[in-house]
Design a binder for this molecule. Structure first.
Ligand code: 6GU
Length: 241
């Protein structure tokens, strides 16, 4: 997969070269290019923003800078899917993670201030698939941290990135439920024992216990996730919830 990021703060994306993502880049599983948006400015001040039409606080990022930047970065074959991080976007879910993981090219356009002139998004959408995406119901200063979040979530599903592909297959959301608790040695720690069932060696019983823990945790923390699941996803042993 090839990923390009356009930002006025390229240094913000430096963590992508560390740890799991860095290893994926070093091993050629992922190619990453971070571009400084100011390379496409045309005035001595290298201005990327201007005051909003209609008035109001903040600044809006200029279409005459973003347009040529996207033309250049999105050129080539195949045409990328363009992702614009914004708190006003559609929710970034595990479903979207799986979609992105199948793309050959993704381009992320990081806005700052009050966002990017809407015509940039509308114009790009005439040539390529464009998603305005939010990572949650809170407001960040800019899209850069959201890009770190999205790229890390997607990279876990690229072939060869995770040491053990089963960890991605079994994680929270793979069955629409939250994952339950995990334990390792020692058997007793600060007078807290590991649950007996996990040391029983009875794998049918262990699977049943883990399923119950998932259901209980989901009910307590994210009841709306349970409401969204079809009846057919519950087995006859699932507790009456
Ligand atoms: Cl994707 N961008 C910004 N700036 N704030 C956000 C967000 C994205 N998602 C939630 N808040």
């Amino acid at each position: 997969m090839r990923i390009d990021v356009l930002t006025i703060f390229p240094e913000y994306l430096a963590p992508m070269r560390a740890a799991l993502l860095g290893r994926a880049i070093d091993r050629g599983l992922l190619s990453l290019d971070v571009h400084d948006l100011r390379n496409w400015t045309h005035d001595v001040h290298r201005a990327v923003d201007d005051s909003p039409y209609g008035g109001g606080p903040g600044m809006v990022m200029k279409p005459d800078v973003w347009g040529p930047a996207l033309d250049e970065v999105c050129a080539g074959d195949p045409t990328p899917r363009l992702v614009v991080p914004t708190p006003a976007g559609r929710p970034f879910t595990q479903e979207l993670v799986h979609e992105y993981a199948t793309e050959q090219r993704l381009v992320f356009a990081c806005g700052r201030y009050e966002g990017i002139d809407q015509r940039v998004v509308d114009d790009a959408a005439t040539r390529m698939r464009v998603d305005e995406v939010s990572i949650g119901d809170y407001v960040l200063v800019g899209g850069e941290v959201a890009v770190l979040v999205m790229v890390e979530a997607v990279a876990r599903f690229l072939p060869g990135v995770l040491g053990n592909p089963a960890s991605a297959a079994q994680d929270s959301f793979s069955d629409g439920l939250l994952e339950g608790p995990s334990y390792t040695r020692p058997e007793v720690w600060r007078e807290r024992p590991v649950p007996d069932v996990l040391r029983s060696g009875n794998h049918a019983l262990i699977d049943r216990w883990r399923r119950d823990q998932s259901l209980e945790r989901t009910l307590r923390r994210r009841p709306e996730l349970l409401d969204a699941l079809p009846d057919s996803s519950f087995d006859k042993h699932d507790r009456a919830l």
